[in-house]
Design a binder for this molecule. Structure first.
Ligand SMILES: Cc1ncc(COP(=O)(O)O)c(C=O)c1O
Length: 373
């Protein structure tokens, strides 16, 4: 969904003389803050970078622990591990795939500093419960909103109840900057420090140095996790189209969900209705007992019919080799997350598709599954 406006905006950056540290990043941050209602927004190199910056701000390191859902992208956990801290993995709840909050309390110890929650596929986590747990145990809360742009919880955009909300603009997300992320927060001091930490911890606020090119001091141990001006220019244009993108996603999702409902070999995650709006990132179906082992074949056949699919996520994070080696967590410890990874198939509902495409998908999914028997 890169159009003429995006091309022109990137070209204007390339015609100019500022490729980084420029006004486009500030403009994108302002647009994002306006849309989400966030008091502060800081653009970053990726969602993972945004989460890592939040942990760097918190000063977590060796000996500290962060509770993380098992059913997520590895970036949620890597952001913790890259700071030298350890992850405590919680299983998913079966109706949403979101973190099982009953397990979270049992995992908290003296070493636990933070709780990361992921709005899995853009369906908001029960943030009232999250904040209750966090307040009782004094935990910092990271909301991983990588798949949740446009989602609201109690009519506020997700990412604002916790201490930080982190978004991804990787190409398959609701909007893209090629690579990129955004951190939103209610805390002015946190936003200011994260903005410095994303650029080496350079202190540009010192009035004596500010006006002399090349002069700076480094107040913090920071990283280079900035967004560049081309990415931000894309982001500014994509934000203008976001309401239309979200509308198309919702329409597509509803047609696809209704169309697939009658197919016996499929189950669905089935979040209860509530005071929230999900972001319709994709539609995940779960393949029933009789067919789930044939998922590779199903994916191949759908691909041959021009239907691109994905898996969110191929293994629970603790079963990826790095984490398995480090933590030794077995499948039976995470039955729900393991079940979702083994059986799920994600179907696209993005704004590049229309309602006719959804009908095409329904017919073809039904036919491929029928022919398996
Ligand atoms: C839940 C979740 N968190 C984090 C990420 C990583 O995002 P990024 O590539 O912007 O670091 C992803 C990417 O798909 C994701 O799905």
């Amino acid at each position: 969904m890169i159009g003429e406006e995006e091309r022109r905006a990137v070209d204007a950056v390339l015609q100019g003389h500022v490729l980084t540290h420029g006004s486009r990043v500030r403009e994108f941050e302002a647009a994002f803050a306006r849309y989400t209602g966030a008091p502060h927004a800081v653009a970053t190199a990726s969602c993972t970078a945004a989460m890592q910056l939040a942990y760097m701000h918190l000063g977590i390191g060796p000996g500290d622990e962060v509770i993380v859902p098992a059913q997520t992208h590895v970036g949620t956990a890597h952001a913790v591990e890259l700071c030298g801290a350890g992850c405590l993995f919680a299983d998913s709840e079966p109706l949403t795939g979101n973190i099982d909050l009953d397990q979270v309390e049992a995992l908290v110890s003296d070493r636990t500093r933070a709780l990361a929650v992921v709005h899995y596929l853009g369906v908001p986590v029960d943030m009232d419960r999250v904040m209750d747990i966090a307040e009782r145990h004094r935990l910092f809360v990271v909301e991983d909103c990588a798949l949740a742009l446009g989602a609201t919880y109690q009519r506020a955009h997700v990412g604002l109840r916790g201490d930080v909300g982190c978004f991804s603009f990787y190409p398959v997300k609701h909007i893209t900057t090629a690579e990129g992320g955004m951190l939103i927060t209610r805390h002015a001091d946190l936003a200011e420090r994260v903005a410095s930490l994303r650029a080496f911890g350079i202190d540009r606020h010192d009035p004596e140095r500010r006006d002399t090119p090349g002069e700076y001091d480094v107040a913090l141990l920071g990283a280079n996790f900035r967004m560049n001006e081309m990415g931000a220019a894309l982001g500014v244009e994509q934000m203008k189209r976001l309401p239309e993108f979200l509308k198309r996603r919702r329409e597509n999702y509803e047609v696809l969900r209704d169309g697939l409902a009658g197919i016996e070999q499929l189950e669905f995650l089935d979040p209860a209705a509530g005071d929230y709006q999900q972001s319709h990132y994709c539609l995940v179906v779960l393949l029933r007992d009789s067919i789930y082992r044939r998922r590779p074949e199903i994916i191949k056949q759908l691909g041959d019919r021009g239907i691109g699919t994905s898996i969110y996520y191929p293994k629970p994070v603790p079963h990826m080799s790095y984490y398995r080696g480090k933590y030794g967590i077995s499948e039976s410890d995470l039955p729900v997350a393991s079940r979702i990874s083994l059986r799920s198939l994600a179907l696209p509902v993005g704004p590049h598709l229309n309602v006719d495409d959804m009908h095409y998908m329904v017919n073809n999914v039904a036919e491929v599954l029928r022919r398996l028997e």
